[in-house]
Design a protein around this ligand. Structure first.
Ligand SMILES: Cc1ncc(COP(=O)(O)O)c(C=O)c1O
Length: 419
């Protein structure tokens, strides 16, 4: 690989790898995992400079425009920029009125944030198992978990593939439950032609560095088409401020009242102008970034077809998959070796760095201390977490890196089979 220096950062950028989970362990790393899931170019740099020249550096014209553009692209009436997806989901949890003792049905196959926001309000996460093909929450399992304390369903569109939203919405409407879509992995993804974040009551997006689009490493967005949520979301993301709107006078802009939102107190979860400006540039690239990921993901899929014991990514015909992750599964019996053995050889001998996530949320110590135990969701625990690994996946992967990935998987499978 021929490296060239980036004129802004001074780092090597060919293939875009400027960071990874690189260990100083002597491994000849051909395809490292990267912390950066997107592509930045002159657009992001120009937008940053433009925003830096403004008088207002927070909640100004860039945030306004980013919200409007994001809403149009995702087919919703309203979008609200926030600091990250966790704070987006916290606001949603308050808007839904989750109170201590309320149950929220949630997938265990996610980052801790999806449960954390429920716990933060004293709610009880109730875990429903996943579909063995999509790794998303299974609507049939949701139905089994409903009690008279259930208030909401929190789904995660895992890895870039949206959940089966029609049955989920039917269950929610039947039982009068709110639905939150955790869209951290799915900006621009679609289910039966409808965009992520436009089907549930509220959608929450992440612009963390690893995600398909990023706003300088952190950032988030709340989407909804429910006009009744607008006022609550605005207050809860901005310290419960109630700006004076109706009176016209020269001192109006700096005057506000402070009111609770049905007993809830919010926070300062605002996004700044530079992040929003970068987000606008990223949004213009989002289709290209997703298409690139799809092309790369499909090349890996094609390249590893037919390897006994290795299961590539599943693409549902109902969905536009945006390949946030490339999750490969190892079938221990067919391969004749464990996922861990395969992963070790893939890394140490083939230089392809995989990572593991997600362990079921209820396995974390804090949740165990609350009484959650093993066996709650056997598919997420054994069928998924013991078989899966995530390969490097981002739109800057080079032809060489894709070839090394495919060859590495083939070689590693052969080697562990013989061991
Ligand atoms: C599924 C999922 N939900 C929520 C989050 C939290 O996003 P953020 O880091 O923007 O708070 C992440 C982040 O990795 C995630 O993967």
């Amino acid at each position: 690989m021929s490296n060239k220096k980036d004129k802004y950062t001074g780092s090597d950028t060919d293939g875009g790898i400027t960071s990874s989970y690189t260990m100083d362990d002597g491994v000849d790393l051909k395809v490292p995992y990267s912390f950066f899931g997107s592509i930045y170019d002159e657009d992001e740099k120009n937008m940053t400079l433009q925003a830096m020249g403004q008088d207002t550096l927070t909640m100004g014209p860039q945030v306004q425009a980013f919200q409007k553009e994001f809403a149009v692209m995702h087919g919703v009436k309203h979008a609200f920029a926030v600091t990250n997806c966790t704070t987006a989901m916290h606001v949603a949890t308050q808007v839904f009125g989750i109170k201590p003792g309320d149950e929220v049905i949630v997938t265990p196959n996610t980052f801790i944030a999806t449960s954390l926001v429920i716990l933060k309000e004293g709610g009880i996460p109730v875990y429903a198992d996943i579909d063995p093909r999509t790794y998303n929450i299974d609507p049939k399992e949701i139905e089994k978990k409903i009690t008279n304390k259930t208030k909401a369903i929190y789904v995660v569109h895992y890895g870039g593939l949206m959940c089966d939203m029609d049955p989920i919405m039917a269950i929610a409407r039947k039982h009068n439950l709110y639905v939150l879509e955790d869209c951290a992995h799915t900006p621009g993804a679609a289910y039966k032609g409808r965009k992520a974040g436009s089907i549930g009551d509220i959608g929450c997006f992440s612009f963390h560095s690893l995600k398909n689009m990023t706003t300088c490493g952190e950032g988030g967005m709340i989407t909804t088409s429910n006009d009744d949520f607008v006022d609550a979301i605005e207050k809860l993301r901005c310290m419960n401020l109630d700006h004076w709107k109706d009176q016209v006078d020269y001192w109006i802009p700096s005057h506000f009242d402070v009111v609770d939102v049905k007993g809830y107190w919010g926070n300062n979860y605002r996004m700044n102008e530079i992040q929003a400006a970068v987000g606008r540039a990223q949004l213009r690239k989002l289709d290209m970034l997703n298409e690139k990921r799809r092309e790369l993901g499909r090349r890996i899929n094609d390249g590893i077809q037919g390897i006994k014991g290795i299961t590539p990514v599943y693409e549902s015909p109902d969905c536009y998959h945006v390949y946030h992750l490339y999750t490969l599964c190892v079938e221990e019996e067919e391969l004749g070796a464990s996922r861990d053995d395969f992963m070790r050889v893939l890394y140490k001998e083939e230089g392809v760095q995989g990572i593991l996530h997600y362990q079921p949320t209820y396995h974390f110590t804090g949740l165990k201390r609350m009484g959650y135990g093993d066996g709650l969701c056997p598919l997420a625990e054994k069928f998924f977490y013991k078989r899966e690994l995530n390969l490097p996946m981002h739109p800057r992967l080079t032809d060489r890196e894709i070839e090394d990935t495919v060859t590495g998987i083939r070689n590693a499978a052969e080697k562990v089979r013989r061991e």
